[in-house]
Design a protein around this ligand. Structure first.
Ligand code: PLP
Length: 450
C-alpha cells in the first residue's frame, strides 16, 4: 500500500487481537501509516505521541536508521539459516554471547531463542520440566504464577497469566499451573494493614499453598519484576526478598519474566537489578529488538543448562527448537540495539529522564479522576477511579477507558487503558519536551473525560 488511506476500514479480514470485534465493526480500523521518532502518524496524517511504545516495546522509537541498516545488511548477506544440527549464523552466535555477558551478574550459561514473549515463557516451562526429569525429580512439575500476571497467550503462557479474560472460554489454566497473590499493597493491602504485614500475609499464603501441594511437586515460580499488563503493579517493599527466601528453601526455581522490564525500562538494564532479584531463568523479548523484528530468548542458569545437556545426550539430542530460533536478521537488529544502547548510554538517559517523568506522573494525582500514580524509570500508570476518596471503580460498562483513550487520541496521544488504570510507557529515547507534551495531552484528555 503506497498511499495511506484516511477512511476507516470497517469489515476487513483481520481479526484484531485484544479488541471487541463488534465494536471494531462499528468504529472501523484506524490505519497506522508511518513512524517518526516517538510519534506515529495515522493514514489521514494525524500525528500521535506514542505513550506506549507500541505494546511496551519500540524502545528506540520508530525511525532508527541503524536498525534498518543492520537488517538490510544481514538480509543481503544471509536472510535466513537455522540453528538446528549444530549450525548457526554469526548474529545468532554473537547475540547469545552478548546476552550472557550483559547478564553476567546473574551467571546465565545458555540462551535459547524464540520469537515472542509468550514463546519464551512457554519454552521456559518445558525446559523446567525437562530439567527436573533430568535430575531425577519427576514429581516436581507444578508452576506458580500470580493473579494479574501477564505472561502471554500460548496454552502455557496464558495459563501462567493471571487474568480472567485470558482464561475464560479458553478452558485455561491447565492443571499444572497454580496462582497466588498479586503483591500490590495499594490494591490488596487490608485497611489498617502495614506494608510489611501485607507482605507477611501473602508470603504466608504462598507457604500454605506450597505445603498443601507439597514442595516436591512444585517446580518453579514465574514473576514479572513489575506486573505490566495487569496494571503496572509495583511489588510491595521487601516482597521479592521474602519470596526468594521461600523459593530457595523449597527448591523452587524463580523465572523472571523481563519481557517488559528488560533493556533499560526501569532505569537499569533489567528489572531484576532494580528489584534485587536473582532468577534461575530470565525471559526477554520486546525491546530486545526495539520491536523492529520479532525475537525473544530464555536465559538459563548453569545448573539448569548442564542438566539439559546431560538429559538431551541421554535422549540422543535436545528435542526442542523452532524454525526461526535465532533468526539472523532479528539477531542482527538485536545486536545493533545493544550497540546503540551502549554507545548512547540509553540506560543513563532513562535515569536522567525518570525524575521528570515520575514528577509529571505524580502531579496527575491532582486530577479528580486520578486516585494514584505509580512508576519507575520510564514505566508508569495512573489509577482512574470514579470516586477516589472511597476507592470506587468505574463499572466496566461505563467504558471510561475507551472514552479516555479516544480523548487522548483526539489530543494526539496513544495510551493504554488496563482494568482500572492507564499505562504509560514511552520510547526510552523520549526527551524532556516530549515528556511534557505527553502529560499536557493526557491532562487535557482527562479533563474531557471527567
Ligand atoms: N510477558 C510479559 C511480561 C508481557 O508483557 C508480554 C506481552 O505484553 C508477554 C510476556 C507476551 O509477549 P508476546 O506478546 O510477545 O507473546
Amino acid at each position: 500500500m503506497n498511499s495511506p488511506v484516511g477512511e476507516k476500514k470497517r469489515n476487513g479480514s483481520l481479526l484484531h487481537p485484544y479488541t471487541n470485534p463488534v465494536r471494531q465493526q462499528q468504529t472501523g480500523t484506524t490505519l497506522t501509516a508511518k513512524g517518526d521518532g516517538v510519534h506515529v502518524l495515522d493514514g489521514d496524517g494525524k500525528r500521535h505521541l506514542d505513550g506506549m511504545s507500541g505494546l511496551w516495546c519500540a524502545s528506540l522509537g520508530y525511525s532508527e536508521p541503524r536498525l534498518v541498516e543492520a537488517a538490510r545488511r544481514q538480509m543481503e548477506l544471509l536472510p535466513y539459516h537455522q540453528t538446528f544440527d549444530a549450525r548457526a549464523t554469526a548474529p545468532a552466535l554473537e547475540l547469545a554471547e552478548r546476552l550472557v555477558g550483559l547478564t553476567s551478574e546473574f551467571e546465565f550459561d545458555k540462551v535459547l531463542f524464540a520469537n515472542s514473549g509468550s514463546e519464551a515463557n512457554d519454552q521456559a516451562a518445558k525446559l523446567i520440566w525437562f530439567y527436573f526429569n533430568a535430575i531425577g525429580k519427576p514429581r516436581k512439575k507444578k508452576l506458580i504464577a500470580r493473579t494479574r500476571a501477564y505472561h502471554g497467550v500460548t496454552v502455557m503462557s496464558a495459563s501462567l497469566t493471571g487474568l480472567a479474560l485470558n482464561h475464560n472460554d479458553f478452558d485455561l489454566p491447565i492443571d499444572r499451573v497454580l496462582h497466588t497473590d498479586c503483591p500490590s499493597y495499594y490494591h490488596y493491602g487490608k485497611p489498617g494493614e502495614s506494608e510489611s504485614d501485607f507482605v507477611s500475609r501473602i508470603i504466608g499464603n504462598l507457604e500454605a499453598l506450597i505445603e498443601r501441594e507439597g514442595a516436591d511437586t512444585i517446580a518453579a515460580f514465574f514473576a514479572e519484576p513489575i506486573q505490566g499488563a495487569g496494571g503496572v503493579l509495583m511489588p510491595a517493599q521487601g516482597y521479592f526478598e521474602r519470596l526468594q527466601e521461600v523459593l530457595t528453601r523449597h527448591g523452587i526455581l524463580l523465572v523472571a519474566d523481563e519481557v517488559i522490564t528488560g533493556f533499560g525500562r526501569t532505569g537499569q538494564m533489567f528489572g531484576s537489578q532494580t528489584l534485587g532479584i536473582k532468577p534461575d531463568i530470565m525471559n526477554i523479548a520486546k525491546a530486545m529488538s526495539s520491536a523492529y523484528l520479532p525475537i525473544s530468548a530464555t536465559l538459563l542458569s548453569k545448573e539448569i543448562s548442564d542438566a539439559i545437556v546431560e538429559g538431551s545426550n541421554r535422549q540422543g539430542m535436545f528435542g526442542h527448537g523452532v524454525t526461526y530460533s535465532g533468526h539472523p536478521v532479528c539477531a542482527a537488529v538485536a545486536i545493533e540495539v545493544l550497540n546503540i544502547m551502549q554507545e548512547r548510554d540509553l540506560v543513563g538517559h532513562v535515569r536522567e529522564m525518570s525524575p521528570l517523568f515520575l514528577s509529571r506522573l505524580k502531579r496527575m494525582e491532582e486530577h479528580p479522576l486520578v486516585a494514584q500514580s505509580r512508576g519507575v524509570g520510564l514505566l508508569g500508570a495512573l489509577e482512574i477511579l470514579k470516586d477516589k476518596s472511597r476507592r470506587v471503580s468505574f463499572a466496566l460498562t461505563d467504558g471510561i477507558g475507551l472514552v479516555l483513550k479516544q480523548a487522548a487520541l483526539d489530543e494526539g496521544l496513544i495510551i493504554r487503558p488496563l482494568l482500572d488504570c492507564v499505562a504509560i510507557c514511552p520510547p526510552l529515547v523520549v526527551t524532556p519536551s516530549q515528556i511534557d507534551e505527553l502529560f499536557d495531552k493526557l491532562g487535557r484528555a482527562l479533563d474531557v473525560t471527567l
